[in-house]
Design a protein around this ligand. Structure first.
Ligand SMILES: NC(=O)c1ccc[n+]([C@@H]2O[C@H](COP(=O)([O-])OP(=O)(O)OC[C@H]3O[C@@H](n4cnc5c(N)ncnc54)[C@H](OP(=O)(O)O)[C@@H]3O)[C@@H](O)[C@H]2O)c1
Length: 252
């Protein structure tokens, strides 16, 4: 009997990562949930196991290269890596943005993705049929005012995906970039505005049905389960009410 394929998901303690873990587990993967908050990924792994699927949890900070390398020693063969850990800090204009925020966003979104991808690439290749998903954003494709450091970091992730795809062509690993527009998750905007829930709520104010974490997980699940020779290079997904990063229909 063939072994159950394994999928590693970073940032699985909330939002899109947690929803993706549920989706891939239901699709037949043994999911390995990682994030810094151990209690949350352990609770989610228990929930997924309860539902009759396979899940384990491993506390991991993607910016800690030594810890990432240690984590990677557990895998000789890996089917799927979803690089989802990341996010935004602040919405200041370039003129006044805090370099520390820019640095942290680059560390988490770009270097975090680089760390985990480098560490797990041998196992993905050894599987004979590996898939790397990179969760960038529509911020990876065009700028918006106040986006500054986040736009720069997500453009970095986009370039990482494009370059890696060029470099590993001919190996049995594909690189899929998923770039969502506005997604209402429980923590993304609250983290961006450092706990200011009023400011966070304004991001979604009057928008008829922003995407949900489940919508994005659904697109990831679809892309990952295409036949091996099909590579969804870049999948842009937005709510109907959002035509671009700056053109959002609001009823208020
Ligand atoms: N929401 C949106 O509108 C939207 C749109 C486009 C793209 N995205 C991207 O989609 C991804 C998920 O976003 P989301 O909306 O689901 O946000 P979220 O709910 O804030 O989730 C972010 C996840 O990243 C993890 N994380 C952050 N720093 C980490 C680190 N150093 N090491 C390991 N894990 C870390 C967090 O877990 P811990 O804190 O437990 O470590 C959390 O699980 C992000 O890359 C985000 O940039 C979001």
């Amino acid at each position: 009997m063939a072994a159950t394929p394994i999928a590693v998901i970073t940032g699985a303690s909330s939002g899109i990562g947690a929803a993706t873990a549920r989706t891939l587990a239901a699709a037949g993967f043994r999911v390995v949930l990682t994030a810094r908050r151990k209690d949350r990924i352990e609770a989610l792994a228990a929930e997924i196991t309860e539902a009759g699927h396979q899940a384990t949890a491993y506390a991991l900070d993607v910016t800690d290269r030594a810890a990432v390398d240690e984590f990677a020693t557990a895998f000789r063969s890996l089917a799927v890596l979803v690089n989802n850990a990341g996010g935004a800090l602040g919405a200041d204009p370039v003129a006044t943005g805090d370099p520390a925020d820019w640095r942290q966003m680059y560390e988490t979104n770009v270097i975090g993705t680089l760390n985990v991808t480098q560490a797990l690439l041998p196992a993905l290749t050894a599987s004979g049929d590996g898939t790397i998903v990179i969760l960038s954003s529509t911020a990876a494709l065009s700028a918006y005012e106040g986006g500054g450091g986040y736009v720069a970091a997500k453009h970095g992730e986009h370039v990482l995906a494009e370059t890696l795809r060029l470099e590993i062509v001919g190996t049995p690993v594909r690189v899929i970039e998923v770039a969502p527009g506005m997604v209402r998750t429980e923590e993304f905007a609250t983290t961006r505005f450092r706990g200011d829930t009023e400011k966070a709520a304004k991001v979604y104010a009057g928008v008829d049905a922003p995407l949900t974490a489940e919508d994005v997980a659904d697109t990831i699940g679809w892309a990952v389960t295409r036949p091996s020779h099909v590579n969804i290079d870049l999948l842009v997904v937005r709510p109907r009410a959002q035509a671009s990063n700056t053109k959002v229909h609001r009823t208020v």
